[in-house]
Design a protein around this ligand. Structure first.
Ligand code: CAO
Length: 477
């Protein structure tokens, strides 16, 4: 024998008076367990309230525009008894009056509503478009006056307007992007074609986050060349939405806007990280002799600070000359090989990372490069670099040697095809064939674009670098 049960809003993470932006079912619809009944949307997240059980929707208790909270009654669902299906011929439900206590809804088999406990649902804070968890199936009797649950707008007790079922077919009969009116409006505002957006919510529904991800992928060039991101066919990332967390719920917080540099470099780093197949090759260079030479230079030239970095610039130029595919950029199906040697240096500033470019490093000596490095890093920290100072690089070096660490995986600075990470040198015991010797070893991390550079070439490149740094006379070869 069938009975009518109440579907209520479960724990939605402490949100109250959340607007209903969409009613996903109509009276008479047969719903599966966990199927969305309504979509709620706060300013932070949108979430679907799922059916806690399968059955036939006998009455809808909310409409678009209502604001509801945890415990609010959303619908009455006639569930099938153990032995049979829910009634297939819905019988009209008598609307509850605003003042009269709610009557047990008449159903095909005349059963009374049963409340369903709502505890134990996951928090809606975790995702931007969450599905609030179905309530446990244990039912408890509930007084008729409490039917609407806490926080329910009393307006909702009045006669219902007809439920608004989303009629996707009416929008695009041949292709049906499944999205709420709010999401459609959002997509229209951004000029995004919903037919090209992959929905990640249940049943392929498109949420705001899907539209945002689509627009980002088009802007980042990760969708197909025409800008039409065929996400479902591998043209985009098709990521699930970024988790939305109300951090203040867990302790004290402070919100600080990202600097302009961080926003810009972050967008570039993100694009490069997701669109370049990176591999990082590690190597160690014995710089014991190089370091002794550097110290002598420092004593002789007090006017300029000579750090290991300028030796690395010279060694990199020699390696680029030896392995031209590293001094290159991808241009569609062509590799552009550069005959000049402009090296970008990642500079850490209080506002974020910038990469000024030292030009024609093949034609400059260690002292000249040291002076330029000091000038450019000073300009970077004083925010005096112009776009021209950061343009035209062939290859970048990111040195964390002055700070510490033994290795890292730098992100390639597109459209370059490789970047050298340099970590802090340390004295290590090195076997010389007969005994261990203390040697100053410099860790190198070369990230390269695997579309352009093969692993074997990367190993040759870093091996070459290590040999040059180990014996600077090789620069003369
Ligand atoms: N091993 C050991 N010591 C090193 C070293 C290394 N690999 N590299 C530099 N040092 C030493 C220097 O010799 C210097 O020592 P002294 O003060 O005793 O002479 C000290 O560390 C500080 O060097 P520095 O950082 O001032 O100078 P630099 O030429 O090595 O680097 C610059 C210049 C601008 C690259 C650096 O200041 C900087 O900003 N680095 C951070 C770059 C960064 O953030 N990269 C990460 C990007 S994320 O991918």
């Amino acid at each position: 024998m069938a009975e009518v049960k109440q579907a209520r809003v479960p724990d939605i993470g402490g949100y109250n008076d959340v607007p209903v932006i969409e009613v996903l079912v109509a009276v008479g619809d047969t719903v599966k367990q966990d199927q969305g009944l309504v979509t709620l949307e706060s300013d932070k997240a949108s979430m679907e309230v799922p059916a806690p059980f399968a059955g036939v929707v006998r009455e809808l208790k909310v409409k678009v525009g209502d604001t509801i909270s945890e415990g609010a009654l959303v619908a009455l669902i006639e569930v099938a008894d153990a032995g049979g299906a829910a009634a297939t011929q819905p019988e009209p439900i008598v609307a509850e009056s605003q003042t009269a206590p709610a009557q047990p809804a008449r159903t095909a088999k005349g059963t009374a509503p049963v409340d369903v406990a709502t505890a134990g649902a996951p928090s809606a804070n975790d995702t931007a478009h969450a599905r609030v968890g179905p309530a446990p199936a244990t039912a408890t009797a509930q007084s008729a006056t409490a039917d609407r649950g806490p926080g329910l707008d009393p307006e909702m007790a009045g006669p219902r307007t007809p439920p608004i079922a989303f009629d996707a077919a009416a929008v695009a009969p041949d292709k049906v992007p499944h999205a709420s009116p709010a999401v459609r409006l959002f997509a229209r505002e951004l000029g995004a074609d919903l037919a090209r957006v992959q929905g990640t919510a249940r049943g392929g529904r498109i949420g705001k986050d899907d539209v945002q991800a689509f627009v980002k992928s088009v802007l980042a060039g990760t969708s197909s060349a025409s800008g039409a991101a065929a996400l479902g066919s591998g043209g985009g990332l098709n990521l699930i939405p970024w988790p939305k967390v109300d951090f203040a719920r867990f302790g004290e917080i402070e919100s600080r806007p990202l600097s302009k540099i961080k926003k810009l470099s972050g967008a570039n780093l993100h694009r490069n990280w997701v669109s370049i197949p990176h591999v990082t090759q590690f190597e160690e260079a014995d710089i014991t002799e190089m370091e002794a030479f550097r110290k002598r230079l420092g004593e002789e030239h007090k006017d300029v600070k000579v750090t290991p970095l300028v030796f690395l610039i010279k060694a990199v130029v020699a390696a680029l000359q030896q392995f031209p595919q590293f001094n290159a950029s991808l241009d569609g199906e062509n590799l552009i090989l550069k005959k000049y040697f402009h090296i970008g240096i990642a500079v850490d500033t209080p506002d974020g990372l910038v990469v000024p470019v030292l030009r024609d490093c093949d034609r400059k000596g260690l002292l000249e490069l040291s002076a330029e490095l000091a000038e450019y890093s000073g300009k970077a920290r004083e925010k005096k670099l112009g776009p021209a100072d950061m343009a035209g690089g062939c290859f970048s070096i990111s040195s964390l040697g002055g700070i510490g660490g033994s290795a890292f995986t730098p992100i390639i600075n597109a459209p370059e095809v490789a970047i050298l990470g340099v970590s802090r040198s340390t004295m290590k015991p090195v076997w010389n064939g007969t005994a261990f010797e203390p040697r100053l070893m410099l860790p190198l991390s070369l990230s390269y674009d695997h579309r352009v550079v093969d692993g074997a070439d990367a190993a040759r490149f870093t091996g070459f670098l290590a040999r040059v740094l180990g014996d600077l006379r090789r620069l003369l070869l």
